[in-house]
Design a protein around this ligand. Structure first.
Ligand SMILES: C[S@@+](CC[C@H](N)C(=O)[O-])C[C@H]1O[C@@H](n2cnc3c(N)ncnc32)[C@H](O)[C@@H]1O
Length: 207
């Protein structure tokens, strides 16, 4: 039976974190070095805000983060976080021109569809969100930028990994310890973006 209150849930409660998912990002960042001080970061699927809180800490007071979600974020993050209550699939890119005029240093997506309980349907919906995140990464990441994206693993995962992997010098799938054992989720990691390999030939369409 699925245990709702595992050690990461209890740890998050003890440490006052907004969600247990922060430990997934912390592990990914520890292993992959996704963020640096002063980075500009785009966080897709950001509510309730545990990743955003982690990112703001990682990039420091001179960094800036932009967060997007269909749901609001209730915690206030003094000044350095810009929040858009939007469907990421409808973003064009020019929303971010003021915040990251030279492109983002990192783009992360923890977007997850509402689950139907039908595995193949949920995988297809997750894949659509991954495609959206990858497309935004292609348009908004600066040369050398980093990407992390939640994916519900299924028959199309390998094809996504190959396609997305082509845009980065390093690419892999990771399943952090905080992902529930029974969960089909994993994270695609792309490091060191090569804009010339992206479909638009490196031109940042919306800048
Ligand atoms: C697992 S939660 C994210 C948790 C978050 N990373 C945190 O640590 O607090 C997944 C989020 O994806 C958002 N989401 C799903 N589809 C989306 C879309 N099309 N555009 C924007 N956000 C979306 C959901 O509203 C939900 O808040």
């Amino acid at each position: 039976m699925r245990r709702l209150h595992d050690r990461f849930f209890n740890q998050a409660k003890r440490e006052g974190k907004l969600a247990r998912s922060v430990y997934k990002l912390a592990e990914l960042d520890r292993r992959e070095k996704l963020f640096r001080r002063r980075d500009r970061v785009l966080d897709l699927g950001a509510s309730p805000g545990s990743w955003l809180e982690y990112i703001l800490e990682a990039i420091g007071p001179e960094g800036a983060a932009c967060a997007v979600d269909l749901q609001p974020i209730h915690r206030k993050f003094k000044g350095r976080a810009h929040f858009l209550l939007r469907d990421a699939r409808e973003l064009r890119g020019d929303e971010f021109v003021r915040i990251a005029p030279g492109g983002f240093d990192a783009l992360v997506s923890d977007m997850a569809p509402n689950t139907s309980g039908i595995r193949i349907v949920d995988q297809a919906r997750s894949l659509e969100l991954c495609g959206c995140a990858l497309d935004l990464a292609g348009r908004l990441l600066r040369e050398g930028g980093n990407f992390a994206c939640k994916i519900f693993c299924g028959p199309e995962t390998e094809a996504f990994r190959r396609r997305a992997g082509g845009f980065f010098k390093t690419a892999r799938l990771r399943k952090p310890a905080a992902c529930r054992t029974e969960s089909i989720e994993a994270y695609f990691i792309g490091l060191d973006f090569v804009s010339g390999r992206y479909g638009n030939g490196g031109r940042k369409v919306d800048f």
